[in-house]
Ligand binder design. Structure first.
Ligand code: GH3
Ligand code: MG
Ligand code: MG
Ligand code: MG
Length: 313
């Protein structure tokens, strides 16, 4: 087996492989009827911190694709009883799989095969035998682009913090985890005080700078496990894992003190200072996310009523 011989050689020449791939934390599906190639690739990709599943035929691949979410698929063309082409149709007809990055790994150096694969929606065509490093580089290049794209879909373009959509997804996962491993978690709802007067007095552009400044100040004062998102116009939400309501109040009062002291934006020689009102609500088992957010929002509203520029639990 020519493929194996070459692969074993490059394995010994380049132990460790490229670690860039590992930074992307990806789950891959290898579809190939060559067991030796599959287990070789699985081992190398696992060394590069990928999660790898294997399928030796099209039916197994379909089953795995229905059960799991993958970041990329590599597909062999010559397999039995169905050829790799049979999987194209399945992938491209399903709206959730249509954009899944797909690399064809083929032993056939045939122009028609290559053209047909790209026409059917393949993103790359790699000839066997190949060097692992080249395949890993191609996988990385494809994943980097799709992951950036996902990132964009989850970020607020003005401030760079997460958007509401991402917050909803992430908080759902966080609560699932907490239901299994109970721990406190608190939610903060932040609304900038008299923000309209900044827009009205200095223009929308200055308002935007203030939003960016506050988002930055919040982000740098939070822990990496805290989840900050822009909820709407001048409203932000923060989920604080392993934090009781009392602790969350303390944390937010500390941040509010910093906001009071240091201007969040600067424009044409002017410095702009703001305050905010924040409401806190601790999560309790069984509390739906929407109601949890409402509770924090209500607490924020009380902060406004009591004169703004404060944190209310
Ligand atoms: P309060 O203390 O009661 O919260 O007063 P406020 O002026 O902050 O509240 P209000 O809800 O009346 O005003 C929010 C303003 O935020 C209105 C809207 O024009 C502005 N806004 C929303 N999104 C953006 C944005 O992306 N950029 C800018 N510059 N302004 C925005
Ligand atoms: Mg084959
Ligand atoms: Mg508001
Ligand atoms: Mg406001």
């Amino acid at each position: 087996n020519i493929c194996l011989t070459e692969l074993q050689m490059d394995d010994q020449q380049n132990p460790g492989g490229g670690s860039l791939l590992g930074t992307l934390k990806s789950r891959l599906l290898l579809v190939d009827d060559d067991e030796v190639l599959r287990s070789y690739l699985t081992r190398r990709l696992q060394m590069d911190d990928c999660i790898v599943d294997e399928a030796s035929d099209v039916e197994t691949a379909k089953k795995l694709l229905r059960e799991h979410t993958y970041d990329l698929v590599t597909l062999d063309l010559m397999m039995h009883p169905q050829s790799g082409y049979e999987l194209f149709e399945f992938l491209k007809e399903d709206p959730t799989l249509k954009w899944l990055p797909l690399i064809v790994l083929s032993g056939r150096n045939d122009l028609n095969d290559k053209v047909r694969c790209f026409q059917l929606g393949a993103d790359d065509y790699v000839m066997k035998p190949f060097q692992y490093e080249e395949l890993a580089a191609r996988i990385y290049s494809l994943l980097k682009r799709t992951k950036n794209f996902e990132q964009l879909a989850f970020r607020d373009p003005l401030t760079g913090v997460f958007n509401r959509r991402y917050f909803d997804l992430q908080i759902g996962m966080e609560l699932q985890r907490i239901e299994r491993y109970p721990a406190p978690i608190s939610l903060v709802f932040i609304d900038i005080d008299r923000f309209k007067s900044i827009n009205d007095g200095y223009g929308h552009h200055v308002g935007d700078l203030v939003l960016q400044g506050l988002a930055h100040l919040l982000q740098v004062n939070l822990r990496s496990t805290d989840l900050l998102a822009r909820f709407g116009g001048e409203e932000f939400v923060i989920a604080l894992p392993n934090t009781t309501a009392e602790q969350a109040i303390q944390i937010m009062q500390g941040i509010l003190d910093k906001v009071r002291l240091k201007p969040v934006a600067q424009y044409e020689g002017h410095l702009f200072s703001i305050t905010f009102s924040a409401g806190i609500a601790a999560w309790e088992p069984g509390l739906p996310v929407a109601e949890w957010i409402s509770k924090a929002d209500e607490a924020m509203y009380h902060a406004k009523q009591q004169g703004r520029n404060r944190v209310v639990g």
